[in-house]
Write a protein that binds this ligand. Sequence first.
Ligand SMILES: [Zn+2]
Length: 326
Amino acid sequence: MCSLLLGALAAHHADAARELPARLSAPHAALLVTALRSPRQRPSADPPQTSSTSEPAPPSYRDGRVITGATSHRLILFTFDDGPDLKTTPRLLDELDAAGVHAVFFTVASRLMGHGVRQRAQAELLREIERRGHLIGHHTVHHRQLPLLSNAEIEAEVNDGQRAIERVLGHRPYLLRPPGGARSPRVDRLLAARGYTEMLWNLGTGDFQVRSADDVVRTFRRVLARRERENGERGGIVLMHDPHAWSVEAFPRIVAELRSKNCQLLERGEELYDIVDDPRFFFEARGEDDGTALAQPAEPTARVLAARQARLRRETRARCSQVASR
Ligand SMILES: [Zn+2]
């Protein structure tokens, strides 16, 4: 295992940890134009808060470096892996709507393959995820650790899954999360050759190892604090799994906790937690790289960050004073 680059960031295990999902938010699509510019430039994610007059093409996120989630800013992107699941994902979609959050869902394509009632319902659920503004990513067909497979086997995992997703959504995905976060230079190059951007995570919730929402919330809290303390990463990409009922239950609690922390951060004049729905905040174009390079820590432009924080401060001030006056 030492020869593998294991998921870099999150503490997690070699046994197919579950992860996955994708999203896509139309209103925000306008921002991405900056993402694919010259090779060595920072992503300077100019995110989408401005409404646009024209209909921009949806962002593809193709040809990015390996996204780790590292950022010194309090930017949080939620990702959900291993679904869609008929029992749990619909409720998560409602929770996401209620929280006003868009996420990325990394789907295991075997759930979409075949003509059974279940597979067809799962395919329809995947379409529903996208309709509700989330982004869909590829999490392979069988959720096997890619570095352990031959080139031909990896190609089958990627190409078959891509075809299945494309059949369901009408377009291919460009974000891919390797199962378990397991990578190697060979895997990276094979994925890069197909245009994929690998999205890892730096805020694991350990939700595949526990059975209660309490545990998930507690782990998230601990990991968030540890990343800041040890790496100076105050935000990043959160890994959760929508097939787990306890993860679905934990999600609104995590959002509530971040928003409640914002009340305190506002008083102290600190940067607030900003739940973003756009991978462009973490995206960095690959350029001439062979696909094995990790993206630099996300560093959105000061202008974008300031505008988002200003709006967040207004919302937070209103919300926290309401809470306080109750
Ligand atoms: Zn997974």
